[in-house]
Design a protein around this ligand. Structure first.
Ligand code: NDP
Ligand code: HEM
Length: 486
């Protein structure tokens, strides 16, 4: 905890305050005077303490850390922070739940955000992932509808099973992620005991301009630990801030959580003929096809000093790339490249990227953008246009990422072109990978939620998607749902 400075209390403008316990009144029993400026300033500032919460991932906790490169990856990327074994880069990681509001309980069944900022010498690189390797949908156009079903219903004001299962059952591409979510890993015991994933496929490119597609995995060194639904429900009542507290106190004790960082690397030439679309966010790349390669270690070792300044006002954007790293044609990712910067400008303001937690720490941002709310004047009298005859920052001529071949006519929802572009195969593989016990808990968790829907057709359609993933899965679920619905 920070030690308080002593000295006179002041107004916002720095003038000493005589009385911070009593307002100035008209006589001892009279009303408060308008000239009680300290009172007015205090109330007005208080009214403006909150900024809009994140429209998703509102509830979160963060910590600073260090990424250490343990393997030479220069054959795949020219990113400077990935250039030398042993090189260390400062990071900031924010964990979150997705659907709940700012004050909601930590131990809910929900994906966990895993938003990681690398403060590299070539600018900040943000990898805004989750603790799951896949997602519910594969086109950004569906994201607002999907989130509406997860959030509060406009009439009841609560999350409604009807909305959730109506959307999921009509969006069969969600089957894999939903199977994952209702399995044991759907409620991590702590933020330290879960993996993180970049989830999307990203581009790496090397000095020679060769392109590779990569997926990131952050494997917890603490081991995977989860909560059962019953344990999670109990903790949500007893200690809603459980995950946030656990992370902070572990770091305070010097028990620094760490993750082993791995990548799967696909040479660009493999993509077209792969057995499914390698840019489809509802699918993983099986390890047998592209084995995870260990490249580094991420350790969290410093708590933020002020949660609002450093966690609430932190911003992460999938569009924050550095030389040697870029986007893939994943159409979810493409939508996200727009959505985050837009959200930041609304939620924190146009100068969000210049707050201490968000600005580059190992280099400086040099742009011609100026002014706006809370501009700090950092450019002093520098010219704010280009080209000019007075010097200043100049373009490099080399894009961060390499061009990608595209072909064909513009289209909506083009037909699958790969042999295994279906919505169910990997959900079935995940079910079959689970132990008997986990399968039983998965069926119980799903059935308990599906049984809450008001209409039989929605329940039947939901069960049917899991049957298409795996016959046995579907059969067991149907029996369990029927037993609960009567
Ligand atoms: P893979 O060998 O490619 O993947 C197995 C992975 O599954 C391991 O990384 C393991 O993570 C993870 N896993 C093990 N148990 C569970 C569980 N109960 N819930 C969630 N994940 C688990 O095998 P397959 O190609 O056969 O893939 C099977 C399924 O594994 C996929 O459909 C996918 O759902 C899941 N998976 C795959 C990943 C991948 O990148 N290929 C990553 C994560 C999950 P760990 O080593 O940490 O235990
Ligand atoms: C937060 C949009 C998909 C992970 C957010 C925010 C928006 C958003 C607007 C709030 C940003 C802010 O206010 O700072 C979208 C859209 C998506 C999408 C439009 C689909 C096209 C995903 C996916 C993942 C993800 C697929 C993970 C793989 C996160 C995380 C945060 C977040 C971790 C919290 C970041 C933080 O800690 O500040 N998303 N999202 N999102 N999203 Fe997404």
């Amino acid at each position: 905890m920070t030690v308080q400075e002593t000295g006179p209390l002041t107004t916002e403008a720095g003038a000493p305050v005589a009385d911070n316990q009593n307002s100035e009144t008209a006589g001892p029993a009279g009303p408060v005077l308008l000239q009680s400026q300290h009172l007015l300033e205090k109330l007005a500032h208080f009214n403006r303490e909150r900024i809009p919460e994140r429209v998703v991932h509102a509830r979160g906790a963060g910590a600073y850390g260090t990424f250490t490169l343990t393997r030479d990856v220069s054959q795949w990327t020219r990113a400077a922070f990935l250039s030398e074994v042993g090189k260390q880069t400062e990071t900031f990681l924010r964990f979150s739940t997705v659907a709940g509001n700012l004050g909601s309980a930590d131990t809910v069944r929900d994906p966990r955000g895993f938003a990681l900022k690398f403060y590299t010498e070539e600018g900040n690189y943000d990898l805004v992932g989750n603790n799951t390797p896949v997602f519910f949908i594969k086109d950004a156009l569906k994201f607002p509808d999907f989130i509406h079903t997860q959030k509060r219903d406009p009439y009841t004001g609560s999350q409604e099973a009807d909305n959730v299962w109506d959307f999921w059952s009509l969006s069969p591409e969600s089957t894999h992620q939903v199977t994952w979510l209702f399995g044991d890993r759907g409620i991590p015991a702590t933020l330290r005991h879960m993996n993180g994933y970049g989830s999307h496929t990203y581009q790496w490119n090397n000095e020679a301009g060769e392109v590779f597609w990569v997926k990131y995995h952050f494997k917890t060194d603490q081991g995977i630990r989860n909560l059962t639904q019953a344990e999670a429900n109990r903790i949500a009542g007893e200690d809603p801030d459980h995950h946030q507290r656990d992370l902070r106190t572990a770091i305070e004790r010097g028990e620094f959580p760490s993750w082993t960082v791995q990548v799967q690397v696909m040479p660009a030439a493999d993509a077209a003929a792969y057995r499914f679309n390698p840019f489809d966010l509802t699918k993983v790349w099986p390890h047998a096809d592209y084995p995870p390669i260990e490249i580094g270690r991420l350790e969290l070792n410093r708590n933020p000093e002020n949660v609002f300044a450093e966690v609430e006002q932190s911003v992460f954007s999938p569009a924050h790339f550095v030389p040697g790293i870029g986007p893939s044609p994943d159409r979810m990712l493409q939508g996200r490249l727009f959505a985050y910067g837009d959200a930041h400008r609304y939620r924190v303001g146009v100068n969000a990227d210049h707050l201490p937690v968000n600005r580059p720490h190992a280099t400086q941002a040099r742009t011609h953008a100026r002014d706006g709310y809370l501009y700090d004047g950092r450019h002093k009298g520098e010219r704010n246009y280009e080209p000019n005859s007075f010097g200043g920052p100049e373009q490099t001529g080399r894009p961060l990422w390499e061009p990608v071949e595209v072909s064909g006519a513009t289209a909506y929802g083009a037909a699958p072109v790969h042999a295994e572009d279906d919505d169910f195969g990997q959900a079935g593989a995940l079910y079959r990978l689970m132990s008997q016990d986990e399968q039983a808990r998965l069926v119980e968790n799903l059935a308990g939620f599906i049984a809450k829907v008001s209409r039989d057709d929605i329940a039947a359609r939901a069960v049917d998607n899991f049957r298409r993933a795996d016959e046995d899965f579907g059969k067991r679920l149907e029996v369990a749902v029927q037993a609960l619905r009567g």
